[in-house]
Design a protein around this ligand. Structure first.
Ligand SMILES: [Zn+2]
Length: 100
């Protein structure tokens, strides 16, 4: 899967502040934006990496605009934790067949 990594991302910093999280990874299109975590530490954390790769796949399969709309709709309707795209990403975290 094609992806890019943007360390010390401003977008990820805003997201971290918004979710009151010290470290953050956020996917937009095929770019993983990181805040307060190095690229190496992120890639070494397999479950976290799989989680974010799942979001890249979701962007790809739904299309950029469609996915942003669907994701926001899910978040508003069900909240961040019960957003079906977050559930799918969490389920992929420990799946070693999925992006080993
Ligand atoms: Zn997620």
């Amino acid at each position: 899967m094609k992806y890019k990594i943007n360390e010390q991302s401003f977008i990820a910093r805003i997201a971290a502040w918004n979710l009151r999280s010290t470290q953050m990874a956020i996917v937009i299109g095929n770019t993983i934006h990181l805040h307060n975590v190095s690229k190496k530490a992120f890639l070494d954390n397999k479950s976290w990496f799989r989680h974010e790769l799942t979001h890249i796949q979701q962007f790809k399969s739904h299309g950029y605009i469609c996915f942003v709309c669907k994701y926001l709709y899910e978040s508003i309707k069900h909240g961040y934790h019960n957003n079906k795209y977050e559930i799918e990403a969490r389920n992929a975290e420990l799946n070693e067949d999925f992006f080993p």
